[in-house]
Design a protein around this ligand. Sequence first.
Ligand code: NAD
Length: 435
Amino acid sequence: MTDKISNEQKYKYQEPAPVHKGEPNPFESMMARFDKAAEILNLEQGVYEYLQKPVKQVIVSIPIQMDNGEIKVFEGYRVIHDNILGPSKGGIRYSPDVTLDEVKALASWMTWKCAIANIPFGGAKGAVKCDPSKLSKVELEKITRRYTANLFSVFGPDTDIPAPDMNTNEQTMAWIMDTYSMHAQRTETAVVTGKPLIIGGSLGRVEATGRGVMITTLEALKKLGLSPEDVTVVVQGFGNVGSISAKLLKEQGCKIIGISDISGGYCNSNGIDIDSAIEYVKNNKTLEGGNFGEPVTNEELLELECDVLAPCAKEDQILEDNARNIKAKLIVEGANGPTSADADDILRDKGIMVIPDILANAGGVTVSYFEWVQNRLGYYWDIDDVNRRHDRMMREAFDNVYDTASRYKTTMRLGAYIYAIDKVSRTLLLRGIYG
Ligand code: NAD
């Protein structure tokens, strides 16, 4: 490579711009890690700039007739960060304050996650600026269909494949699939993932992210010389990712001694009955009022004496302020962005191993990839096939990141970024720059 950069200042991620209100910003944290990895790889300046900027950004106008007869115009975005490893992949969120910058940041995040998971996809993200809580089902369907129609030339099984994200779900994906298919004049299930099972969804998708958390935890425990039967686990967040991670880790013999959700947490040194807690949340929406152990706050929960801590709720939970008090030997990031960049250094100095989000929660996008594969094959796997392939790919992803971190003598987090950036940049140079 020529034109190498030695000046650290040059590796300063300019785009996507900051996206979250308040401090710290998980996307800025991610970009800070990207810059560190670029520095270690001594990435060529041109390649660095290429990987900074999305290849395509589309803004569409979405006029619809509301239930009261009024015409309202919404704004929609689709950003393709890159398509170096293959067609781009990423969710669509509906949110009243989403911005193009936020979508750009999330699209680049998808690039690194797909690269680590060894999925032949680039990264993308989409959004519609709207408040779904103020829209009827009919209005949401109209928005989804018009958004899809406007992006007909962008979406496609070989070009760009959306998925659910914040405030979108299986039904939204079914509308996207149908609208795209109407325009294409054929049923095209592989244009979107996260569909209902009955129209081409994959078995195992609902459990996939929690399953990935379980598999990567077991791999890390092996490296730490611990066996699942001897470890205690605390899980923050008891939604899709948290509850399934807790259930599967318990099935592997771990003792789950702490759980929490937005209503607060519980600690029980005898172990918590996770199946009962899942049943309780099904009936009561949250853990509030349950009898699972000693009540603790979410702040206290993170600092409990335990072997494994799995933050599976939301971003910005382990920060400079509380990182010093964390007692776990291993942190497994089921959530996206739960740890700030400042906290990384503290955790490293304390000798705590962190399985970073872009590895720990990549089980979800892995099974989305399987959904796309099955749609294209027109042949559907049973749950054992899905889980076996998922587990193998997650173990491989873990090993790749672990080996990279060992080779460069870095944390697992930096190892993950180095692995992803190296893979994408080498592929880019092999393909060459057209033009
Ligand atoms: P979810 O909405 O099903 O569950 C979120 C859980 O976190 C709920 O139990 C909620 O009560 C709890 N929570 C919210 N705020 C909290 C707080 N301040 N303290 C403690 N608990 C709190 O969401 P999910 O799908 O489980 O996603 C959780 C995280 O995992 C998010 O960061 C998401 O981006 C990430 N993630 C999810 C998937 C997936 O497939 N669902 C894939 C990759 C990453």
